[in-house]
Write a protein that binds this ligand. Structure first.
Ligand code: ADP
Ligand code: MG
Length: 348
């Protein structure tokens, strides 16, 4: 302990690790995000998410993806290990996979009790590995299906300040729900399900249809009101495409959480795009109401920085105004086509 002011101490490795882990793992929803991303990266057709007590009591994500052999799972929980990139150039080249920092599993393991049960596709032995507070406490053979299950218990048990900061179960679950919903919408060809305290919240079919996926998560009424955005755009805008679904101006909600945007397939918080969607509706919706939107933006790799935020949820566009203009125009065109905007709607 440094007792005199100015007595500068080197932090021990475990402390450094927990601080670093806090950057990646803020709350149950951030754990869920990392695990679902990994499952989708692992080529899963089915991803099942089950949480207890808003995630505070436990988180389990099961996939039928490629799985891991024993050596791979041991490597996976170490720091800065990834099978997805080799160097910084891979990052700049715009990787196809969602996660690529090679630190999520390690970070989660540092602040919880984490159990991985996994068997590679076509492999005949499974492995179970347990990490407690950053230490691998057991590893051995396990009977399990192909694919991977990751279970988190006692999140933040060794970071009391974080644990205390967690909100009530319903609030934490709302965050989890919003994350899982986002991934389900972005991956209509993956059957995604979510349950809370044993009760199913939603389940998508994985049949590949976006409107059907919207129906599974938001219900029939919303799904039927959705209008296709086909991204006929300004010729010289920064985006290669804007596609997806937006709701009829009469199908709105009080919050922005039903605006989902994806950049090159990755779920992001893109304020520019959200504002552009809302602007497209103009006076058709009240100022305190927001439409539903599921929009996929294709951006050339060099025109977007997807790594600005440690939790990878925010992006920065090189040409922010250009993106705003293209998204607004694409959504306006879709609404116009449906006769939902007057064609004299201002475009400036
Ligand atoms: P990253 O996703 O950035 O590579 P992670 O810490 O999230 O880093 O995962 C480390 C590695 O563990 C991944 O690169 C992958 O090889 C492996 N892995 C993690 N989750 C899964 C999973 N569900 N199925 C198969 N492999 C996985
Ligand atoms: Mg990952």
């Amino acid at each position: 302990m440094g007792e005199t002011p100015g007595d500068i101490q080197q932090l021990d490795e475990r402390t450094v690790e927990r601080i670093a882990a806090g950057e990646v793992v803020e709350r149950p929803a951030s754990v869920v995000k990392e695990l679902v991303e990994n499952a989708i990266d692992a080529d899963a057709d089915r991803v099942t998410v089950a949480v207890e007590d808003g995630g505070r009591g436990g988180i389990r994500v099961t996939d039928d993806g490629i799985g891991m052999d024993r050596a791979a799972v041991q490597r996976a929980v170490e720091q800065h290990t990834t099978s997805k990139i080799r160097d910084i150039e891979d990052l700049e080249g715009g990787v196809a996979t969602l996660g690529f920092r090679g630190e999520a599993l390690h970070a989660i393991g540092a602040v919880s009790r984490l159990t991985v049960t996994t068997r590679p596709r076509g492999g005949d032995t499974g492995t179970e590995l347990v990490v407690e507070g950053g230490e691998v406490t057991s590893v051995g053979p396990a009977g399990c299906p192909e694919g991977t299950t990751i279970e988190i218990e006692d999140l933040f048990y060794n970071v009391p300040a974080r644990r205390k900061y967690l909100k009530q179960a319903s609030t934490e679950f709302a965050h989890v729900n919003s994350i899982v919903t986002s991934y389900a919408l972005a991956n209509p060809d993956v059957a995604v399900s979510l349950s809370h305290d044993g009760r199913e919240t939603f389940a998508t079919t994985g049949q590949g249809d976006l409107r059907e996926t919207v129906m599974s998560v938001y219900g029939r009424e919303v799904a039927e009101s959705m209008i296709a955005v086909e991204g006929a755009n300004l010729p010289d805008g920064p985006l290669d495409g804007v596609t997806g679904l937006v709701s009829h101006p009469e199908t709105t909600r009080a919050g922005r959480e039903y605006l989902s945007t994806y950049v090159n397939g990755r779920y992001v918080r893109a304020k520019t795009a959200h504002d552009a969607v809302v602007d497209a509706y103009g006076t058709q919706i009240a100022p305190d109401r927001y439409p539903f939107a599921v929009l996929f933006l294709d951006v050339p790799a060099g025109d977007v920085d997807v790594n600005v935020h440690p939790r990878k949820m925010e992006v920065r566009f090189v040409d922010d105004d250009g993106v705003h203009e293209q998204v607004r125009t694409a959504v306006e065109d879709a609404l116009l086509e449906d006769g939902l905007l007057r064609s004299s709607a201002p475009r400036g």
